[in-house]
Design a protein around this ligand. Structure first.
Ligand SMILES: Cc1cc2nc3c(=O)[nH]c(=O)nc-3n(C[C@H](O)[C@H](O)[C@H](O)COP(=O)(O)O)c2cc1C
Length: 358
């Protein structure tokens, strides 16, 4: 059965590739390039509502222009009034009242909700957003089957992003690789009578550790309707990334040893502001090594603060360089369009090869 994403987001070409809404990194340039290439582009947003407004305006301008080269995405925009991109929001950093006035003039095709302080926070957000933006779909990112079923029951999202623990950036502190998480979640959702009663028909997409065609093929084999990539798109020309951050990513050679999930990355500027449900995966920096060696957190903070004053902002050694376990397979900076196309083609090739092997 073809992916539901192909009909819900009709400018897309399968297999559907989605860029993660990485706040501070994924702006309108990346989202538009991914959408234009037949993927699903997203903009990441944290607490800078003005920047979000500017990004939404840029997308609206690009897709409403009669000379636009974004043909089928433009048709979608002009016929639905929805921007052919999604917007990610980190719920612990913002409020419904702050975001709705910015979203209403340019409603996106979907909102991607993540990082609510507790799972019960998603339902009031989903209700308020549906009332304010009735055509905009709701995606929610979770990292356990239990969270997926609770959120499915209470918030009835259109899409659940199943984020495995290999993911770069923030995710559930207690998690599992997407390889078991996605099928387990599908089984749990199908078996849960209260999810069925909520009348939901939820599409699952996979995130975490996927950077090229082989990983994307695996995600499709697991039952995902689409594939989310964050780390791979950090190496897109259109992403906003400090050059030293990018150099640190490109210099990795072992995703297992060169990255780590740890709370220390959120403790460098002072006590973490993240809710306890979450921690993050980043390059195993000197800050991380100090932490594993039992160095006092105040000393680690002091060393970070000194490094952060340098031109490279400490990305060469002490600042968090958020990246997933797939980072060692990311070896070049490319236009987002080329990433989408090569992963799409690589996925088909990997699936054909897998079939030949049986
Ligand atoms: C630099 C970076 C920033 C991220 N920022 C966000 C964010 O703002 N909101 C969000 O929902 N997820 C965020 N994520 C997590 C992604 O949504 C996604 O789960 C992850 O990138 C997938 O794993 P991968 O990086 O291995 O592809 C971020 C990830 C990275 C690498």
């Amino acid at each position: 059965m073809p992916s539901k994403l192909l009909t819900d987001y009709p400018w897309t070409t399968g297999p559907v590739i989605i860029n993660a809404p990485m706040a501070g990194f994924a702006g309108s340039a990346l989202a538009m390039a991914v959408t234009q290439a037949g993927g699903i582009g997203t903009i990441g947003s944290a607490d800078n509502i003005t920047a979000l407004g500017t990004d939404l305006q840029a997308v609206a301008d690009a897709f409403s222009s009669p000379s636009s080269s974004y043909l089928s995405a433009s048709t979608f925009y002009q016929s639905t009034g929805l921007l052919p991109v999604g917007v990610g929001m980190l719920l612990f950093l913002t409020t419904i009242d702050a975001v709705v006035p910015v979203l209403q003039p340019h409603p996106p095709a979907f909102l991607w909700l993540f990082a609510a302080p507790t799972l019960s926070d998603y339902a009031p957000w989903a209700t308020a957003l549906r009332a304010a933006l009735p055509q905009t779909r709701i995606w929610i990112q979770v990292g356990s089957a239990t969270a997926a079923t609770e959120v499915a029951r209470t918030a009835a999202p259109d899409v659940l992003v199943i984020q495995g623990s290999d993911a770069g950036g923030h995710g559930f502190a207690r998690g599992a690789s997407v390889i078991s998480l996605l099928p387990e979640t599908a089984v749990r959702l199908a078996a849960d009578p209260s999810v069925e009663q909520a009348g939901t028909n939820i599409t699952l997409v996979a995130a975490g550790g996927i950077v090229e065609g082989r990983g994307a093929a695996a995600a499709l084999a697991l039952g995902a309707a689409g594939v989310v990539m964050g780390t791979r798109f950090l190496a897109a020309n259109e992403t906003v990334v400090h050059s030293t951050y990018r150099a640190a990513m490109l210099s990795t050679s072992d995703g297992a040893l060169d990255t780590a999930r740890a709370p220390v990355f959120d403790e460098l500027k002072g006590p973490t502001i993240w809710p306890p449900l979450y921690d993050g995966r980043a390059i195993a920096s000197l800050s991380y090594l100090d932490w594993t060696n039992g160095v006092d957190i105040e000393v680690i903070r002091q060393r970070y603060a000194e490094a952060a004053t340098r031109d490279n902002m400490g990305f060469s050694d002490r600042a968090p360089v958020w990246a997933g376990t797939g980072v060692a397979l990311v070896n070049e900076v490319q236009p987002a369009r080329d990433i989408v196309r090569s992963v799409r083609e690589g996925t088909k090739k990997a699936l054909r090869k897998a079939l030949e092997a049986i």
